[in-house]
Ligand binder design. Sequence first.
Ligand code: SF4
Length: 387
Amino acid sequence: MPHSKLSPSASERWINCPISVHLCEGFEDTRSVYAAEGTLAHKLGELKILNELTNTSVENNEFMKIVKNKLYDSEMEIHASEYLERVRAVFNETNIPYLATEIKVDLSEWLGSNSFGTADCIIASPGVLHVFDFKYGKNVEVKAENNSQMRLYALGAAEMFDPIYGIETVITHIIQPRMNNFSSETIELKELRNWAETVVKPAATAALTATGDAHKGNWCTFCLAKPVCREYGREYENPPGRDDPHKLSNQEIAYRISKLEGIDTYLKTLKEFALSEVLSGKEVPGYKAVEGRSNRSWSDQKKAFEKAIESGVERSALYEEKPLTLAKVEKLMGKSDFNNILGEFVIKPQGKPTLVKDSDKRSPFKRKSAKEAFKNVDFSQIEFSSK
Ligand code: SF4
């Protein structure tokens, strides 16, 4: 197999759509801010695990370096501790556990030479291997079941520890505390190796040799090739047909909604790509780049305000006092204090009816009675105006 450019984290995409690897070439991944926050949370989680569950004594200044980072906050502390506690629970139940963090596993046998992955944490023991992944994202829920990234880490780790521990069973764990999402998958090593031979290897070969067709699915979400991918844009090519020359039926409306959902995002993706093409000097017929609108801003607000005050403007007129949003007050106080101290003042009005797919987990909309909607409101504290 040729030199690899396949990563376990993108494996769901390239296993299902091997050609995406070729189509993504030349696109730059710009999601580094989120990555930086996740990296810091991982570092904190790792230090906590090393400190509590191994003989490594972590210097206090290692923790302080994290605490001083501008991306650190109390939420990160809570979630990294949750990661530690989940690992600790498995560690305490395991017979003769060997624990390692940030362990680099070799995947060259399946993904091509020089392919590696890093498992956040593993616990090896006679016959059983646990592999943990701490997910810090809060938008997309990740499941352990059939999770190719986890399986690849498990595969690489099992090859390392099998000669020592005689691994038969592998248990992968996803710990995603920001979404209160925790799951695991138990798989026999034999089955895992079979999956690697029959699913991973053929997909990796197709990906590295740029063969096969594009396949659209959930894995497209993070694919950088979306703007140029013909398969991804195919459903927007042909407008839905007509059953009646004048009036749309509900079936047709449902069909159109299902086809047009996501078109805003698709349009935005295409426009961003076309703009980058035009800016790099390429032609996109019928389009050009112009200077967009911009808002005025102070070059030095402090000095400007001092000058305004000197000229007679009242200082208080230059500033407005704004209350923090409910979410920010909750973050400031922490969830538990917020609920204990301010919970009685929080009301949650019924949301507006929203159209979603049948498959949505929420129950169908039911209008609340006025009594139910205002049950937390103390009307004796409200002044009613006769105007
Ligand atoms: S957008 Fe989807 S279908 Fe197109 S290359 Fe990427 S993963 Fe494949």
